[in-house]
Design a protein around this ligand. Structure first.
Ligand code: FE2
Length: 214
């Protein structure tokens, strides 16, 4: 049964806070801004009918998305450590095989019709957000360059320039180190956009934390 947004958050919240993994770098007591990265060519042109923060089910479909189900959650913060509520957070990504639900994706990997591919949520009073999704597959760009698994993020706030970035996984070290997009970020800032998936025994899923500073 698909969990609606409020239910999903409520369930996960009671298990959270034991998995803080991503250090927020500080310079003179200020958090470092989350590095911007390119939007890439696969932001949806056709938005799915189901647009919530659980990308593993589409409405009332019988089958769930393929691949490992994971939780990505964190907080949206200012450099002065203040939570930012009511911001729109969007994610989009390839399915477990590495294919986007996008007409211009040249990847021949099979598309997963039960994967939502894009979703959005709003940050809560304490700046927190949460998505349930699948771990994306990597995909080829050129003969010698394969993109590591990653999730695209767009954060929109009124009267402020949007933040667009991408989140990577620490366990994909080899692909991360050769990725032409991740490697545009100075090496000391790369940990700000790389999450460590940690198994949560109660949820029987791995959870990755991603705090965003804007
Ligand atoms: Fe991508």
């Amino acid at each position: 049964m698909k969990l609606k947004r409020r239910q999903l958050f409520k369930q996960i919240k009671s298990f959270s806070l034991g998995y803080l993994t991503l250090p927020l770098a500080q310079i003179n007591q200020q958090y470092t801004l989350t590095p911007q990265q390119i939007e890439g060519p696969f932001y949806p042109v056709n938005f799915p009918l189901d647009d919530d923060n659980d990308l593993t089910w589409i409405n009332d479909r019988k089958n769930q998305a393929l691949g490992e189900k994971i939780i990505i959650s964190g907080k949206l913060l200012t450099q002065e450590h203040q939570p930012i509520s009511a911001a729109k957070v969007e994610i989009w990504q390839a399915c477990a095989s590495g294919r986007y639900n996008h007409p211009y994706d040249p990847n021949q990997a099979p598309i997963d019709p039960n994967f939502q591919g894009w979703g959005w949520t709003t940050t809560r009073q304490d700046g927190s957000y949460l998505f349930k999704t699948v771990k994306p597959g990597g995909y080829p760009v050129t003969g010698s360059w394969k993109r590591p698994p990653h999730i695209h993020f767009k954060v929109t706030l009124p009267r402020q320039k949007e933040l667009i970035t991408q989140l990577y996984f620490s366990e994909e070290k080899t692909l991360n180190e050769t990725d032409k997009i991740l490697q545009r970020i100075p090496i000391h800032q790369q940990p700000l956009v790389i999450t460590n998936l940690i198994k949560n025994e109660s949820l029987k899923m791995r959870i990755g934390e991603f705090n965003i500073v804007i």
